[in-house]
Design a protein around this ligand. Structure first.
Ligand code: TYD
Length: 341
């Protein structure tokens, strides 16, 4: 089987590339190598048979069209994904997350053999009051420039699939974490700063809830979705763990796993428009026999160990990638005025 994976040097994409190669797939990885990509996430993979790397942008439709030819599946992980960055630069999210998807869909129109799998997010539903859980038919109500871009992309996938009879699957996941994740995201930011003994900027009251899924569990969900019989329409499927915890609880666990005092946690000014709670109903995925195998505390322990043991991989994101300037803009003033918990 042949896969075109976009964004294969990023967090989720890199795990998917490895999983497919291990299962004997031929994999072409199309990655624009933006700040969010880290080629070291794939170290050792370059030499494997069946692996091809192409540097390029999903917005380059002729390039994508050439790469799609002969692929059985196209898996789209190329995206701008960080909500805080979307608040600073919304237009770049429309470019990568909407324009990029339309470009992929255009390239796929002439290739009926290739099934499209598009990575989406629970954030397209906006914040849900407890005990609400979003099933696959929940109406969209995105609130951030990031989630609005992802919702817009999904609408384009639906429209193309409906209009041209293209097989497409949208996988909406809850928050995913684990090795290789960029240090700008909550869990890796807190782990790497806790390791360094630096203050941990917790937004608002820290009582926001997120549902957390370990990366290996996401990969097994994706493989289950790929194995489904092909349909000539769009299909959505949710991959969530059901483990919903407050950010404060996650931060406290990270302090304990890194043997740091909770006084490192600093409540700072909240993210504008911060969604309070996300929750997915993943019964459709569970109906396929899929179960998450890694509970949050074990996944966090594994993730902490990985960041402790692999600074040569994740620290690449700190040097020469503009992270310092981003951190300065995002956190410096907030942290300067923050007290301990
Ligand atoms: P994040 O990893 O950015 O994912 P998302 O916003 O897409 O869910 O953030 C996860 C949660 O952690 C979210 O509620 C915001 C919060 N958070 C902080 O409290 N401090 C931080 O420095 C970051 C990056 C996030």
């Amino acid at each position: 089987m042949r896969a075109l994976v976009t964004g294969g040097c990023g967090f989720i994409g890199s795990h998917v590339v490895r999983a497919l190669l291990t299962r004997g797939w031929e994999v072409t990885n199309l990655d624009a190598l933006t700040y969010a990509a880290n080629p070291l996430n794939l170290s050792g993979v370059e030499a494997q048979t069946g692996y091809t790397f192409v540097e390029g942008d999903i917005c380059d439709t002729p390039l994508v069209r050439a790469l799609v030819r002969g692929a059985d599946v196209v898996l789209n992980f190329a995206a701008e994904t960080h909500v805080d960055r979307s608040l600073l630069k919304p237009a770049s999210f429309v470019h990568a997350d909407v324009q990029g998807v339309v470009s992929l869909l255009d390239a796929l129109r002439g290739e009926p053999g290739a099934a499209f799998f598009h990575m989406s997010t629970d954030e397209v539903f906006g914040a849900l009051e407890p005990p609400l859980e979003a099933d696959e038919d929940q109406p969209f109500a995105p609130t951030s420039p990031y989630s609005a871009s992802k919702a817009a992309a999904e609408l384009q996938v639906r429209a193309y699939s409906h209009s041209y009879g293209m097989p497409a699957t949208v996988i909406r996941a809850c928050n995913i974490y684990g090795p290789n994740q960029h240090v700008e995201k909550f869990i890796p930011l807190f782990i790497t700063r806790a390791i360094a003994g630096e203050p941990l900027p917790l937004y608002g009251d820290g009582r926001q809830q997120r549902e957390w899924l370990y990366i290996d569990d996401f990969v097994s969900a994706l493989l289950a979705a790929i194995a489904l019989p092909r349909v000539d329409c769009v299909r959505a499927i949710h991959a969530g763990s059901g483990e919903r915890v407050t950010n404060l609880d996650v931060a406290t666990s990270i302090c304990s796993l890194t043997a740091r005092p909770v006084s490192l946690i600093r409540p700072v000014d909240d993210r504008p428009g911060h969604d309070r709670r996300y929750a997915l109903d993943s019964s459709r995925m569970r109906g396929l026999g899929w179960r998450p195998m890694v509970p949050l505390l074990s996944g966090l322990a594994r993730t902490v160990s990985w960041y402790q043991e692999h600074p040569e991989i994740w620290s690449r994101a700190l040097s020469g990638q503009g992270f310092e300037g981003y951190f300065e803009e995002q956190y410096r003033t907030r942290l300067a005025g923050a007290d301990t918990l």
